[in-house]
Every structure is written in structure tokens, then in C-alpha cells.
Design a protein around this ligand. Structure first.
Ligand code: GTP
Ligand code: SPV
Ligand code: MN
Length: 563
């Protein structure tokens, strides 16, 4: 069994164990043998169901508690010394008071259970970009998910060595009581606590807790940026690969854009796309004056509903092996999975996400709207050859976007970096099922970071502005909206693969290959400059999608001013 001679680490584990009182402690070594043992254990306790071994080898289904299906923003805290430093968009409590509360909830919470020690690395172990964490958890589900989403095990302990700057994380499933859930960050102490939850974004601490909330603090101090962004490489017929980052709020299309398949005509002409990341980007100024991005994760925690061979075949392909499905439906005919929007014919009989019998006549959805897959990046057919490159990839464009039924045009370009920061700061989007609360209400979500910025939002904007000084050749900044609707509420733009038509224009702008029209918002394409060959939409429709409604924008300006 692996252990560490790091006294700081061992003392901390002893302290947490003394409080939580687990029956035993198991260190995760990252071996296939240990992962298999834990899979078997999770199956034997009923936490996971093994799926069809031919069609979905080493794939499992997990159902969460019905009260524990999404991130809980109302119960997520940034506990720095001064309340002011957390800012008006984060919940805050005095650190000493919060520790007292958390230690109270932790006390004896692992009695009769095993505490796992997960050493994990965000980005490639040993690379200059890498940051390390240890998550202590009493959940096999968390261990198995972390082993997909991050690099775990012995080599991480070796890389940590005697260091004391790793992130110390504690997770206990506890009672799952919604009133006693706490997702807490102590950025000044490098500490994260997740208590009384067992849902993805609350408890897979490498993801939002570390790679965004803690890392945004680290980046501010160290001169880089941690962002809620996909990273995509677009290869043109000349064989040039140009990279974009995209910040869209939760469930607004990052995974889909990151894995997009070019429309047929584009494919014939030699266009290709390469996925570097689908949710988080760490961005640093390079020696060449450009901004470089790495994806600190090693897997995809993607939204299942709507993922189909038509919308996102690469995502579906990524889930064919070694994947954990959470809160989707079980197709009882062949022990596989199903969700709304996977294909046209639902199974005749399924078990829904609540464990009930389900048929196509059932009034409720079979899969939860925020049901997810946790898939290893290695399975992705369009995984970029640069995925593991510790230097990352150079970014030509940063794209902001959200769900706006009417206001925002299909695409516009900001005038410069400063204006681009403003465009990011005024982002707004209709809320989705990715967080608990009302769905479909427009809220401001600057840079798609509202739930993930680990410090004062105004300081965060200042950090964005300051970064300009560090980047001689900064990316151009754009805003997109795939979600404009017609009178009947149908999406007008076909989206998905066809979004490449907009990316082509964006990248042409970045390399001064095409001109644009200036309007009050910035630069807008001429409708005739969007390539519509083989597209279901005509130029007139694109003109409509690019139009800017003066009255709507006057009201929008009021909203922005108020915000
Ligand atoms: P998180 O993992 O929560 O951060 O979400 P995400 O930003 O990666 O969103 P994802 O790509 O999983 O898409 C969420 C939902 O938006 C799915 O139901 C998609 O089908 C839908 N969607 C994605 N791209 C498009 C698009 O271009 N057009 C339309 N109409 N829907 C889209
Ligand atoms: C999001 O909500 O932005 C996600 C899923 O990517 S979660 O891991 O729950 O944050
Ligand atoms: Mn996300």
C-alpha cells in the first residue's frame, strides 16, 4: 500500500481521521487493480450498477439522492478572512465560525465507513502547469469519478514530495440533508470542504472547487487565469490549427462546441476539429507574447440529455468504455443507458433516474435534466494531439456566450481587449438545470464565472484588465449566441456542427482575413460572409440572427447599469 513520508500531509490526515472516525483508511495508488476492486465494492454496496459488458465495458450507472442532483450555489462559500474579499456574488462566513460548523458536521461522520486518500493532479503530473491536491472522501463514487476526471495515485504523491502547498480537501457524504450541505473554500488556507452531498460539481473537488475557485485565487496572485472555458483546435484545409477558448455558462454548450464535427461540406474540404478541453482552461502568457491554454482535467463530466449521434457523436463515443453515468435511465432490454434526446425511439421499458419503472407513456422524464456522464478523455475520437502538451496551446480567440432568446446576435466581435473584458462582464444567460433553483430566468453570469470565481468579482475584472499588460499579442474577444428563438420558441440557428460556420468567421477575423461591419456592439459579420453552403438556414435568416434590436438593447443597457 502507498503512503507518504510528508509529515504535514500525514498530520493533517490523522487530524481529519480523528474527527471523522472512519473504520479504516485506504490510499488510492492509481492502479487498475485497485480501481477494479473499488468498482466491485461499489456494485456490492448498491452504489453502482454494472452495465452491459459487451456494449459498455467497465461502465456503471449511479443514482444520487433525489435531493442531491446539481451544484448548490446557495450553499457554496468562499471563507477568506475579510468578507469584502469574497465580494457580493459569493457567500461568506467568518473562517473560524465555518471551521467550527464543519468540524461539528465531520465529527464521527465516517464511522463504519472507509476514508479514501486521493492524491490527484490538475494537468499532467510533473508539468510546470500542474497543481496538486489530496481529497479525503468516504465515497467510492467520488474515488472512481476522480480517477477519470484527474490524474490520481502514487506518482502524484511523489510529485508532492515534502511540499505543503497542495490543496487539502475533505468530503463526507454525511446525511445529504439539503439544509446542512456545505461546499466551502478557504483560499488562504488551501482547504476545501464538501459536506452532506455526493453530487459531481459539489464533491469532485478537482473540478469547480479547485480548478476554478481555488485556482482563480492562485492565478490572480501568480499572473495567470483560471476560466470556465472549453479549448478547441480548428484545423483548416491548409493544415493550420488555430485554437479558441469559449466561456459559456453551465449547460450552454461548452462540451458540444469542444467536440464539434464539421458539417459535411467542410469535412470534404479538409476541415478538422480537435478537443483540448470541454469545461476548464488555465491560461498563461507565453514567452512569445501569446496566451496559452491547458486543460487541467483528464475526462469529461458532460450533460447527458440531448447528447446523440446527431448532436455530439464524439461525446457519445467517449462514453463507450470506462464511463460512469449518473441519474440517467436504465434500458432494461439490454442493460444499457438512455436519456431524453439520445435518439428518436425511447426504450419500451426502462428504470428512471429515481429507480421507478418507466415507459414512453410515463408523464415524467426518464433521465434527470442534469444527468451526466463521466468519461475518460482517452476515449474521445477528436482528442487533440496537444491534450497532454504541458505548454498548452496558443489561443487566437476568446468567445463568450450564453442563452439569450432575443437580445444577443449570433456573433459579434469586441473592439479590443478592454472592450472584450466588458463584453464578458455583461454576459447574461437563462439559468439551466446544472444548478438547483429556477430554470430559464435570465441572470448576469460574467465570463460564465458567477458560481466559480473564488474572490471579489470586481477584483476579477481588474485581473482580466491587468492581464493585457502581460500579453503582447492577446486573443481577440467575441460573443456568440446559438440560442435565439422564433415566435414559437424554436431555436433559429441549427447550432452544433454548424457552429463551425461562425468559428470560421471568428478565426478569419483573428488573422485579418476578412472585414466586418461596425455597429453599437462592436463588429458584426456581413451575412454573406457566413458560409452557408449545405446549411438549412438562408442568408436572410442569418441577417435576422445578426440583427440588433435597439429597444431590447436600451432595456439591456439599463440592466447592465443596474448590475
Ligand atoms: P456544463 O458541463 O454544465 O458546464 O455544460 P456545457 O456548457 O458543457 O454544455 P453542453 O455542451 O453539455 O450543452 C448543454 C445543452 O445545450 C445540451 O442539452 C445541448 O444539447 C445543448 N446545446 C449545446 N450546443 C448547442 C447548440 O449549438 N444549439 C442548441 N440549440 N443547443 C445546444
Ligand atoms: C457545470 O455545472 O458547469 C458543470 C457540472 O460543469 S459541475 O461539475 O456540477 O459543476
Ligand atoms: Mn461547467
Amino acid at each position: 500500500m502507498v503512503t507518504s513520508s510528508n509529515k504535514y500531509l500525514n498530520d493533517w490526515i490523522d487530524d481529519i481521521a480523528a474527527r471523522a472516525k472512519p473504520d479504516k483508511i485506504v490510499w488510492i495508488d492509481g492502479s487498475e487493480a485497485q480501481i477494479n476492486e473499488l468498482r466491485e465494492l461499489a456494485v456490492s454496496t448498491g452504489s453502482m450498477i454494472r452495465l452491459n459488458e459487451e456494449k459498455l465495458p467497465n461502465c456503471f450507472l449511479h443514482r444520487t439522492d433525489p435531493n442531491d442532483v446539481a451544484r448548490v450555489e446557495g450553499r457554496t462559500y468562499i471563507c477568506c478572512k475579510n468578507e469584502e474579499d469574497a465580494g457580493p456574488t459569493n457567500h461568506w462566513m467568518e473562517p473560524a465560525k465555518m471551521y467550527e460548523k464543519l468540524y461539528g458536521l465531520l465529527e464521527g461522520s465516517m464511522k463504519g465507513r472507509t476514508m479514501y486518500v486521493i492524491p490527484y493532479s490538475m494537468s499532467v503530473v510533473g508539468s510546470p502547469f500542474a497543481k496538486y491536491g489530496i481529497e479525503l472522501t468516504d465515497s467510492t463514487y467520488v474515488v472512481l469519478n476522480m480517477a477519470i476526471m484527474t490524474r490520481v495515485g502514487e506518482k502524484v504523491l511523489e510529485a508532492i514530495g515534502d511540499r505543503t502547498d497542495f490543496i487539502r480537501g475533505v468530503h463526507t457524504q454525511g446525511t445529504l440533508d439539503p439544509e446542512e450541505k456545505y461546499i466551502v473554500h478557504f483560499p488562504e488556507d488551501n482547504v476545501i470542504f464538501s459536506v452532506n452531498s455526493n453530487y459531481g460539481g459539489n464533491v469532485l473537488q478537482g473540478k469547480k472547487c479547485f480548478a476554478l475557485r481555488m485556482a482563480s485565487n492562485q492565478g490572480r496572485k501568480e499572473g495567470w487565469m483560471a476560466e470556465h472555458m472549453l479549448i478547441l483546435g480548428v484545423e483548416n484545409p491548409k493544415g493550420e490549427v488555430r485554437y479558441v477558448c469559449g466561456a459559456f455558462p453551465s449547460a450552454c454548450g461548452k462540451t458540444n462546441l469542444a467536440m464539434l464535427i464539421p458539417p459535411e461540406g467542410y469535412r470534404k474540404n479538409g476541415w478538422k476539429t480537435w478537443c483540448v478541453g470541454d469545461d476548464i482552461a488555465w491560461l498563461r502568457p507565453g514567452e512569445d507574447g501569446r496566451l496559452w491554454a491547458v486543460n487541467p482535467e483528464n475526462g469529461f463530466f458532460g450533460v447527458a440529455p440531448g447528447t446523440s449521434m446527431k448532436s455530439n457523436p464524439n461525446a457519445l463515443e467517449s462514453t463507450r468504455e470506462g464511463t460512469i453515468f449518473t441519474n440517467v435511465a436504465l434500458d432494461t432490454s439490454d442493460n444499457t443507458v438512455w436519456w431524453e434526446g439520445m435518439n428518436k425511439t425511447p426504450p419500451a421499458h426502462a428504470i428512471d433516474w429515481l429507480g421507478r419503472d418507466w415507459t414512453p407513456d410515463s408523464p415524467d422524464k426518464a433521465a434527470h435534466p442534469n444527468s451526466r456522464f463521466t468519461a475518460p478523455a482517452r476515449n474521445c475520437p477528436c482528442k487533440s494531439p496537444e491534450f497532454e502538451n504541458p505548454k498548452g496551446v496558443p489561443i487566437s480567440a476568446i468567445i463568450f456566450g450564453g442563452r439569450r432568446a432575443k437580445t444577443a446576435p449570433l456573433v459579434y466581435q469586441s473592439r479590443d481587449w478592454k472592450h472584450g473584458v466588458f463584453v464578458g462582464s455583461i454576459m447574461a444567460s437563462e439559468t439551466t438545470a446544472a444548478a438547483t433553483g429556477q430554470v430559464g430566468v435570465v441572470r448576469r453570469d460574467p465570463m460564465a464565472m458567477l458560481p466559480f470565481c473564488g474572490y471579489h468579482m470586481a477584483d476579477y475584472w481588474q485581473h482580466w484588465l491587468d492581464m493585457e499588460q502581460k500579453i503582447a499579442n492577446p486573443p481577440k474577444i467575441f460573443n456568440v449566441n446559438w440560442f435565439r428563438t422564433d415566435e414559437e420558441g424554436n431555436f433559429i440557428w441549427p447550432g452544433f456542427g454548424d457552429n463551425l460556420r461562425v468559428l470560421e468567421w471568428i478565426l478569419a477575423r483573428c488573422f485579418d482575413e476578412i472585414d466586418a461591419q461596425e455597429c453599437a456592439l462592436g463588429f458584426i459579420p456581413k451575412a454573406s460572409d457566413i458560409n452557408l453552403e449545405g446549411c438549412d438556414v438562408d442568408e436572410k435568416t442569418v441577417e435576422g440572427l445578426l440583427s440588433v434590436d435597439r429597444e431590447l438593447w436600451k432595456a439591456e443597457c439599463e440592466g447592465i447599469r443596474e448590475y
